[in-house]
Each structure stands twice: as C-alpha cells, then as structure tokens.
Write a protein that binds this ligand. Sequence first.
Ligand SMILES: C[S@@+](CC[C@H](N)C(=O)[O-])C[C@H]1O[C@@H](n2cnc3c(N)ncnc32)[C@H](O)[C@@H]1O
Length: 375
Amino acid sequence: MNLRKIKEGKAEIFIPDPKDYEKQGKFDPSWAPVFYNPKMVFNRDLSVIAVSVISPKKIVDALSASGIRGIRYQIESSSSSEVIFNDKNPRSVDLIKKNVEINDIHDATITNKDANSILFEIISDFVDIDPFGSPSPFILSSINATKNNGYVAYTATDLSPLEGRAVKSCKRKYDVQNIKLSFSKEIGIRVLISKIIREASILEKTAIPVLSFYHDYYYRIFMKVMRGARKADENLENLGYAIECDKCGFSSITKEMISKCPICGNNLKIVSRIWTGQLNDQDFLVKINERLANFKYLANYTNIQNLISKLIIENKYVTNYINLEFVASRYRTNVPSRSKMIECLSDATETHFDPKGIKTNKNFDEIIECIKKIN
Ligand SMILES: C[S@@+](CC[C@H](N)C(=O)[O-])C[C@H]1O[C@@H](n2cnc3c(N)ncnc32)[C@H](O)[C@@H]1O
C-alpha cells in the first residue's frame, strides 16, 4: 500500500494514497484499503473540542480506521488520557500502529477485534462510535462500555431512514415508525436519540444529549450516560411524537399522542417514538464556547464558532419548528423571509438544521398571523 502523509489539526498521519484507488478520475474513501474521509474534518475538529470539555482518562476509538480520531484526542483534547484504538480491518490496525508511533502517542492500546466484542470487555469514560452508515449495531455495546457519568459519541450518516425517506429501514434499524414531514431534518436526530435511550434502558442506564448537530450529510451526537433503573424509567417518559397536519401546516413535538389536528381537525401525520427533550445541554455548549479560543488553529474554527453560537440560541426552543416554505404553501402565500418572520414573532430564531426553518415558542395562530402580515 503506497502511503501519503497528511496533516489534520495537530496530527500528521499516513493514509493510503488516494491516487492509487481512483476510478475514472473519481475517488471515494471507501475504495481505499484503510478509510480516511477529508469531508469529516469538521466532525473531528468539533469532537476534539467536545472531548477537551469532557477531559476523559480513558478513550475508546472503537472504529478507528487510520486512528486519526484517537490520535487527535490525545494530542489536542486530553493529553493525559489512555487511548484504545480498535478496528476489525487488519490493514487499519497496521496503519494505526504506524500513525500512533509517528505522533508519539503514549498510553495507546491497539486491538483488531469486532467493536462489539471489545466494548463488552472494557469500561471507559469516553467511547467514540464513528461507523459507516448507522451506529445502531454498536449502541448497546457502547453504552455498556461507558461508565456512570461518562460520555459516548455517535456519528450517523444514514439520513434516509432517520429523516423518514426509507420508512422500512427506519423501523428495522431504529424501531421508529417514521414518515417524511416538513421538519424531518430535526426529527432524524430525535429518532437516533430515542433509539440510544431505549437501548440504554435495557442495561438499566439512560443517556441525555449534551451536544447534537446536523452537518453536511450526517448527524453527530454526544450523550452523557447515567446508571439506574429509575433514571432510565423517568427518561423514557421523555419519548413522544412528531406530528404534522398536511392541510393547515400545524406541527409539534409532543409527549401526548394526538391523532386529529387541534387547529383544523384533519388526520395528523405522526412519527413515533422520538426524543422530545432538548438536543443540547446549555452548560456543555457554553463550555465549548469558552474553550474555542484555544482552538483557533482548526481548519473549521469559524464555522464551529458559528454553529455553537446558533446552537446556544436554538436550544431555548424545543417544540415549534416551522418550515416556512411548507406552511406558506398551505396558505397559498409567498414564503416570508426568515429574518422578517423572526422579527415579527420576536420570540424566534433560525435553526441550523435547515435554511428554510425557524424555531419559536409562539403558538401556531401567531405564526400564521405573521406569515399573512409579511405578505
Ligand atoms: C467510517 S470508518 C471510521 C472512520 C474514523 N473513525 C475516522 O474518523 O476517520 C469505519 C471503520 O469501522 C471499521 N469497522 C466496520 N465494522 C466494524 C466492526 N464491527 N468492528 C470493528 N471495526 C469495524 C471499518 O473497518 C472502518 O475502518
């Protein structure tokens, strides 16, 4: 395997030379014998800051590929941590060994196992699950490996099931009855959180999201894991429904199951069961914000700063997500600009999920009034 040296954050690593795996001038990271995706640098940059907030003593990078995450976590987030690198691909493991060595990573263990096997053998205060597609096959084992008050992070790139376009796949992988709604970009991450909480409860544990966001073509979530059957029971009460009326445009995220639209009486479209709580922990976001100044060297520094500022405001709004294009079409009016709607409602903000979306604490009548007034 011919190697190429690249720099990401403060790490320098070898990756398979992409040139050798091009097909008709194109290259996909999955065509190389060891996976490295430059499109995920934003994910890793923000994860480096989040892990610095957690400051774990022991990190498990359960699906390591080139080892880039675990290496960056030790160099940039938490220099005193022990890191366990794992990948079931033996060629990955050979490359991780090389990359760990050239980056002077101390306290590293490198294993060549199925992630589910190692995650049932160890216990750690931070576990990273960064799979191809859905993290579902690794949720139970990763929660098992996370100690009380520890953290686990998941990347999910399977947006079709999560956003309700592949309904059967969503039922299979997440056990959620999904359907495409006008605000499915946010529902997707709530489906994933619901699955994590339901899996955790099997182990008499529970989890709450401290950082969750959508970027480019994936979701990324950091969850805090807590032990206790009672805590698990209580948190299951926070699962509920996303509802939407195709006729008048009313929508909500709610713990109560209702089947008829409270505005016009039409039958509602329903997604069941999803997380209905906050997507981020305000303190965790503020801590990330406070640390940002230490990470000015990151390639995505400005974009991360923008996202965190948005999440801090967005986190104050849970229930009403309005897709302006969808609602305006129900009233046959022009789509109002986001800024004018936010000004009119006065208690509203942009959502990072969607350039057409706003979040507000105002009720549906006030939203419609603003749409009509702006027109
Ligand atoms: C998306 S890549 C990981 C990328 C890496 N975390 C990064 O940030 O560059 C997924 C990796 O998981 C490995 N993998 C897939 N299934 C696995 C399993 N059941 N156990 C362990 N490793 C697995 C693959 O070999 C691949 O290297």
